[in-house]
Design a protein. Structure first.
Lengths: 114, 113
């Protein structure tokens, strides 16, 4: 089946530190990959996406590259801010078959300290 | 204008009661969803409707019954509430079915005592 594995949190960083949140996937077929962010007390928002191998998604200083050879889509940011404190979800969607709905990872809690 | 709005935001009730959560989207999307988020933040899809037609019905107890009166609304009714139903329930919508780009509401936190 299809699944997403994220690094376990919580992750605590100081402001301006470099961020990596690991995400690997298992999928039948060729998935599209997504990162969603959930700020405290809010619903999820799409952060970035990549639809094919070697695509790089980017938004708000965050980046993730679709690596087919390692089945990974790690999220990175060069310099985090306190306002980046949130839960980050990696997700995939396959384009054919009976299980085409979005499948989420378990989420990684990020706390950025001033 | 809130794109996807859910009511109520908080719900506290006793075991055995029946409760409903309402969702409305003003994005003109055709597809709507209900997700359940447990205390560990794990998200699981429950239902999806496309233009009022049920298209995804995951393994959910039949105490949960979704209803879509029109494509802008998707409500969730829960009968005979149990302790394990305590969670945050998110409504979402998307332009098309089986897309990865969903727009989520702020969630409805249900606490069953």
């Amino acid at each position: 089946g299809n699944s997403v594995t994220q690094m376990e949190g919580p992750v605590t960083l100081s402001e301006e530190a470099f961020l990596t949140i690991n995400c690997t996937y298992t999928a039948t077929g060729y998935p599209s990959l997504f990162w969603y962010v959930q700020y405290p007390g809010e619903g999820l928002q799409l952060l970035l996406k990549a639809t094919k191998a070697d695509d790089k998604g980017s938004n708000k200083g965050f980046e993730a590259t679709y690596r087919k050879e390692t089945t990974s889509f790690h999220l990175e940011k060069g310099s985090v801010q306190v306002s980046d404190s949130a839960v980050y979800f990696c997700a995939l969607r396959i384009s054919s078959g009976s299980a085409r709905q979005l499948t989420f990872g378990s989420g990684t809690q990020l706390t950025v300290l001033p | 204008d809130t794109a996807v709005s859910q009511t109520p935001k908080y719900l506290v009730t006793q075991m055995g009661n029946d409760k409903s959560i309402k969702c409305e989207q003003n994005l003109g999307h055709d597809t709507m969803y209900w997700y359940k988020q447990d205390s560990k933040k794990f998200l699981k899809i429950m239902f999806s409707y496309n233009n009022k037609e049920l298209i995804i019905n995951e393994t959910v107890p039949n105490r949960f019954s979704p209803k879509s009166p029109d494509k802008a609304h998707l409500n969730l009714h829960i009968n005979s509430l149990e302790l394990g139903d305590s969670a945050v329930y998110f409504c979402a919508s998307s332009q098309a079915t089986y897309t990865g780009e969903l727009f989520f509401g702020e969630g409805s936190r249900l606490t069953v005592l």
